[in-house]
Design a protein around this ligand. Structure first.
Ligand SMILES: Nc1ncnc2c1ncn2[C@@H]1O[C@H](COP(=O)(O)OP(=O)(O)OP(=O)(O)O)[C@@H](O)[C@H]1O
Ligand SMILES: [Mg+2]
Length: 268
């Protein structure tokens, strides 16, 4: 599959399918009376702290609100061969939570086999990750969707090549950022450093989510209070350690309506 492939499938609303198949130039929302689009970049305090879970919850909530929602994981490292295709769990979870189904080559322009730091995994395959295919794919996803959730890789400053990292990617995409804080010892400093890095790039921190990746973290309330005092963005929710960490279940613990341009239910 290439970026030019016109293979686009939308679960619902079914009536939107035709429009999706013919990507259109979007009119200026205010001028045309269109609702503003919801798009964001989901980053985290570390790897394995719940970015995919929160991104999937966001996609689930967007679908519930009646919009065409698509997840994007521009760079994914770690694949397994399933039914003759190289698959990545994050990509599959995002695709399952959204309702606009594009080829994986568009939602993940850089799918790397080795579960390692992306620039290392890319080097193993003789690939250099570059922003251009990612930005082109993002444009294509935008044309097919009303809302896009982009999941970063690992933490906020993960190198993608020698002079380009995930923070640069968020900057080039010019997206508001949602920060997932994995509640564990050390998360306060990780979170505040990430907030500093987001703000240093002139990006908007639209909100943050406290995610209990481990059960019974000591002083979880106090950690959240310390972060709330210091982060100048809304706490969207606190996701407890879930027995079944599904998008649907996680979404019940997060109030996404506090995010800018969050769609009013069934308005699109
Ligand atoms: N609140 C939670 N309750 C139970 N399990 C959780 C919770 N949050 C995350 N997990 C589990 O922890 C693991 C890591 O979560 P997730 O994949 O969302 O992290 P990530 O930040 O996206 O990781 P990566 O950096 O690899 O993309 C997953 O198995 C997920 O199901
Ligand atoms: Mg993930």
């Amino acid at each position: 599959m290439s970026l030019d492939d016109p293979v686009i499938a939308v679960d619902k609303p079914e009536t939107a399918t035709e429009a999706v198949l013919e990507p259109k130039t979007q009119p200026a929302p205010a001028a045309a009376g269109w609702p503003p689009r919801f798009c964001c970049f989901v980053t985290g305090t570390d790897t394995e702290i719940g970015k995919t879970l929160v991104s999937s919850a966001m996609l689930h909530a967007l679908v519930q609100a009646g919009v065409r929602a698509c997840g994007m994981k521009p760079v994914a490292a770690g694949t397994e061969l399933r039914d003759g295709e190289w698959r990545n769990d994050d990509c599959d979870q995002l695709a399952a939570a959204g309702n606009v189904h594009l080829p994986q080559s568009i939602t993940t322009p850089f799918l790397l086999k080795e579960p390692a730091a992306p620039h290392i995994a890319a080097a193993l395959e003789g690939i250099t990750i570059s922003p251009v295919p990612i930005l082109a794919a993002y444009v294509e996803i935008n044309a097919a969707s009303d809302a896009v959730v982009v999941e970063g890789v690992g933490g906020f400053r993960v190198p993608l090549n020698d002079d380009f990292d995930t923070a640069d990617l968020a900057e080039q995409l010019a997206l508001p950022v949602v920060l997932v804080v994995g509640l564990r010892l050390g998360c306060i400093s990780h979170a505040l450093l990430t907030v500093e890095a987001i703000e240093a790039r002139g990006l908007t921190l639209a909100g943050w989510v406290a995610n209990e990746t481990q059960a019974d973290m000591a002083f979880a309330d106090e950690n959240i209070a310390a972060l709330s005092q210091r982060i100048d963005a809304p706490l969207l929710g606190r996701v407890p350690r879930l027995a079944e960490p599904t998008a649907q279940e996680a979404a019940t613990h997060i109030d996404f309506t506090q995010l800018p341009n969050w769609p009013a239910e069934n308005k699109l």
